[in-house]
Design a protein around this ligand. Structure first.
Ligand code: ADP
Length: 498
């Protein structure tokens, strides 16, 4: 664990530095001079302060981003140079992996080993993968046949242009990775950015921004405004100088973003909540399916929009799978993210603790059986025991609503034909899981699931090449892969009479 300890000491030094907003390449204080507290969720103690940016700061950031969009340092940078710069950003992230993982762990609460194995390399890889797209953004040529100009000849083609200044609002569950998901396609396409991290977890993004400056990103291409959602976030969503808003967060706030963006019809992409079904058939390899189902819900303390929070188990193996998942839940070692051996950290904030325990209490009131967990674990910090519930259904809050914590609801089903109706009985459509050894059964079910991602005999597998996003109220558009490139470009059709 030597690397972890080293990461922690470098992270501690970063915490001692004053935190500012990044506007036009300069680190500046918020105009009104206020700061906001940053907590260690494992202790419930303040560990840092960041600027409480507001509308005026967003204004300055948008002006800087607009200037940078037109400035030749960015607009005339060749696609290949942009790609190389993004590769370099990825390299620098890898070089600072221990430090970034430790910052993420301190701020968000997640185990440092998980941040080091997943969040950080995925973020680095995302920049490098998206850097590859910089040289592969192109339109088409067309043979057009215009009936009212029969003798004319045309040269017609499309070009893809950067959508412009992008406002990006990200959540607290994967702060660094969500920043990468957003920034990667923006930079690949030549956009400029005003990024607002979540107020709960601003630290890794501030460090990332420093590293991106170090890599040589021109001033004003990335501007970072830390602050609250209702102030800084709302200002980004409504700002007339912003061409597109890319948001990841709750469905509730996603709807507010849509309303705010409607004023000037700015482009919007949304990656929102989920209540994902995870289906275990009796023919599944239970030795894989049981830990897989536990991982599907308990990874990142259930604070994943795609968490497999509705666990459907075929009745013949219901008791075995339920007991197996409960056993896994009981074996998870809770602790501070930076402590060796910690497998699950605290929830991110006191507010989330209250929210998740509130859901658990509602289940108890509604008579749902708690198989294991169902309580706060430590009087300090925001720890909740991994929880398995049995007997919930439509009409129960724990079944219908996104909890965003380590709480899974198990439900038995009889026949494979019963699955699509129950799996789809949600306003969300982000992800789904299937566990079976019958490949035909899986293939028959996949097209019937209203979900943006379907995992079969696995769960929570992400890759920069694989699009991610939601059906229904889980969002608009896709992150990652080629698909996201289209979300950051406008298509211009050109028609020349020749
Ligand atoms: P959660 O409920 O999980 O905390 P939110 O959707 O509230 O998730 O937050 C996700 C991101 O959206 C955060 O960066 C937050 O500051 C921001 N946010 C919250 N409210 C608003 C709002 N009204 N307008 C714009 N951004 C917001």
């Amino acid at each position: 664990m030597a690397t972890t300890i080293e990461g922690a000491s470098v992270a501690a030094r970063f915490l001692e530095q004053p935190k500012r907003l990044l506007i036009d390449g300069e680190w500046v204080e918020a105009r009104h001079g206020r700061t906001l507290e940053v907590f260690d969720p494992a202790l419930g103690e303040v560990i840092d302060h960041v600027q409480d940016g507001d509308r005026d700061d967003v204004d300055l950031a948008v002006t800087a981003a607009r200037k940078a969009l037109e400035d030749s340092a960015w607009s005339r940078m060749t696609a290949s140079e942009r790609g190389r710069l993004m590769w370099k950003i990825g390299e620098i992230i890898y070089e600072h992996a221990d430090e970034l993982a430790a910052i993420e762990s301190l701020d968000n609460g997640k185990p440092v080993g998980v941040a080091r194995a997943a969040d950080v390399p995925l973020a680095a890889d995302l920049f490098q993968y998206m850097g590859g797209w910089a040289t592969k953004i192109f339109g088409h040529t067309f043979q057009i046949s215009v009936p009212y100009t029969p003798d004319a000849q045309y040269h017609a083609y499309t070009v893809k242009e950067p959508i412009g200044v992008v406002g990006q609002i990200i959540p607290w569950n994967f702060p660094l990775l969500m920043a990468a998901w957003k920034l990667g396609p923006a930079l690949a396409t030549g956009c400029t950015v005003v990024l607002k991290p979540a107020e709960q977890t601003p630290l890794s993004v501030l460090r990332l921004a420093e590293l991106m400056q170090e890599a040589g990103l021109p001033d004003g291409v990335l501007n970072v405004i830390t602050g609250f959602g209702e102030t800084a976030g709302a200002a980004v969503a409504a700002h007339p100088g912003i061409d597109k808003v890319a948001f990841t967060g709750s469905t509730e706030v996603g709807k507010m973003i849509v309303k705010a963006a409607a004023g000037d019809l700015k482009r919007v992409t949304l990656e929102l909540g989920g209540k994902s079904p995870n289906v275990v058939f009796a023919d599944a390899d239970l030795e894989t399916a049981i830990p897989g189902a536990a991982n599907a819900i308990f990874f990142n303390h259930g604070q994943c929009c795609c968490a497999g929070s509705r666990l459907y188990i075929q009745h013949k193996v219901y008791d075995d799978v339920l007991a197996g998942v409960a056993g896994k839940a009981e074996s998870i070692k809770l602790g501070r993210g930076l402590d060796e051996g910690t497998e699950m950290g605290p929830l991110v904030s006191a507010e989330q603790l209250e929210r998740v325990t509130g859901f658990i209490e509602s289940g108890k009131v509604e008579g749902i059986r708690t198989v294991t967990g169902g309580r706060q674990v430590s009087p300090n910090g925001y720890f909740v025991a991994p929880t398995v519930l049995d007997g919930a259904g439509p009409g129960n809050k724990v079944y219908d609503e996104e909890i965003f914590g380590p709480v899974v609801t198990a439900i038995p089903f009889k026949e494979p034909e019963d699955v699509p109706a129950v799996a789809n009985e949600t306003i969300y459509g982000l992800a789904a899981g299937i566990w079976t050894n019958d490949i035909s059964k899986a293939h028959r079910l996949i097209p019937q699931l209203k979900a943006g991602t379907v995992w079969v005999n696995t769960y929570n597998v992400f890759d920069a090449a694989l699009p991610f996003g939601g059906y229904k109220q889980s969002g608009w558009g896709r992150e990652m892969g080629e698909e996201v490139i289209h979300e950051y470009t406008e298509t211009k059709s050109v028609c020349i009479a020749i």
